[in-house]
Design a protein around this ligand. Structure first.
Ligand code: NAD
Length: 389
């Protein structure tokens, strides 16, 4: 159970790039990082508009001289201080992730980066090499994977309760962009512009989330090949897709599907994962994150509830309030940030034994997502053909 007691003997000095006052995702980064006292926010370049970012940083309680105009100045000035930042989170539009990650690692910082990590697998591999060379980590904020019941599902599958895995059915299909809302909404505008998001919209923005959950639940399965068909139902978004279907074949003979959409009218989030084995299935929806469906063929459905004593110890370890009270996305992200802090600390101490079996969305997870999107785009643009992974 997590009760706020410190897992490190001191808080890591932490900064942010992006995540400014008008951003969608900045607040949850701060809430999650600061929740358990493992990080302390001491610096930032919070906004593309320097003045607005500096005013926002001061409003957060960051010292005025440590609210910087841009990330280059942030990294340089903080490196020159004895009490400079040790870690930075990057919560900016996708086209900037690679350059800022590379600069942060080169400055000797641990990094938490938004997804998708970057645009190409060559870039992601470069970041992976840099992590190794610098002995620093990148944590990727696949936030939903921090929900307690994901750990429960992972353990049940590893324990063989489903039998041989046959089908993995994933989706993240919301309806918020069913029409050209980008004409009014700045945060949507860059999401449908290749200059900011590279080769894909919903595949990178949405699909990488359930894909990572599947990788977490089924670490032993590798995708062998895939076929993707993508559409731009709002025509002005072409060549970027606002809807995509992906079929996958795994190396154990299992098959998978993923539906990613921003035009699924009426759906709030529609993110789910269903894993079907030879004797039972598990299903989890992010709109009901406190429940996990366990369906054994021929038996009544069991709804496993978060926080209950019958869960596996690996799931209960991430519990914050016990059963009955709902936990949500803010707790899931806090669980991830707690793991990022532990991974950063263990890396700094060279504790390879600890890191060997320690789960968190790392630079490899970032690379897997980028590589998968790349293959999907290749498949779709060749006319929805099978491509090897
Ligand atoms: P947004 O447009 O709402 O906000 C972007 C923020 O970054 C703004 O504050 C902007 O001023 C700032 N910014 C832009 N360029 C900058 C730069 N060069 N230096 C400093 N600040 C800069 O975008 P958002 O929705 O918050 O998305 C940001 C990132 O978070 C994206 O990569 C997106 O994919 C990701 N995201 C992830 C999740 C998740 O569940 N993990 C959810 C939403 C968004």
């Amino acid at each position: 159970m997590i009760n706020g007691s410190k897992v490190l003997d001191r808080a890591l000095r932490w900064g942010m790039v992006g995540g400014g006052g008008t951003s969608q995702i900045g607040y949850i980064h701060r809430s999650a990082a600061l929740r358990d006292g493992n990080f302390t926010l001491v610096a930032g370049a919070f906004d593309i508009d320097a003045e607005r970012g500096q005013a926002f940083g001061r409003a957060l309680g960051v010292a005025a001289e440590r609210c910087y105009s841009d990330y280059e100045t942030l990294f340089k000035a903080e490196a020159a201080r004895a009490d400079g930042i040790e870690a930075v989170s990057i919560a900016t539009p996708n086209n900037t992730h690679f350059a800022i990650c590379r600069a942060a690692l080169s400055a000797g910082l641990h990094v938490v980066c938004e997804k998708p990590l970057c645009f190409t697998s060559a870039e992601a591999e470069e970041l992976q090499r840099l992590c190794k060379a610098q002995q620093k980590i990148i944590g990727v904020t696949y936030g939903y994977a921090g929900h307690q019941l994901i750990q429960q599902a992972r353990t049940m599958i590893a324990d063989g309760l489903l039998g041989e895995i046959r089908i993995v059915n994933m989706q993240f299909a919301h309806g918020f962009h069913h029409e050209a809302v980008e004409l009014q909404n700045a945060s949507t505008r860059w999401r449908v512009d290749p200059r900011f998001v590279g080769p894909s919209y919903v595949l990178g923005d949405l699909a990488t989330h359930p894909l990572f959950i599947a990788e977490t639940l089924l670490p032993q399965l590798q995708i062998k090949r895939l076929l993707c068909s993508r559409q731009s139902f709002v025509a002005s978004r072409a060549p970027l897709e606002d809807n995509a279907f992906v079929m996958m074949e795994y190396d154990n003979g299992a098959v998978g599907t993923l539906w990613a959409s921003a035009v699924n009218c009426g759906s709030m989030h529609g993110q789910k994962i269903r894993v079907v084995g030879a004797r039972a299935s598990l299903e989890w929806w992010d709109e009901q994150p406190n429940q996990l469906r366990y369906e054994v063929q021929g038996e009544p459905v069991q709804i496993l509830e978060r926080g209950m004593g019958y869960l596996h110890a690996s799931a209960l370890a991430d519990d914050r309030i016990g059963g009955g009270h709902p936990e949500g996305l803010f707790e899931a992200w806090s669980n991830l940030y707690r793991r990022f802090a532990l991974a950063m600390d263990a890396t700094d101490r060279g504790d390879h034994a600890f890191l060997q079996d320690f789960w968190y969305p790392d630079v490899h997870a970032g690379l897997m997502g980028v590589r998968w999107v790349e293959q999907c785009v290749k498949s779709a643009d060749a006319g929805a053909v099978w491509v090897e992974c």
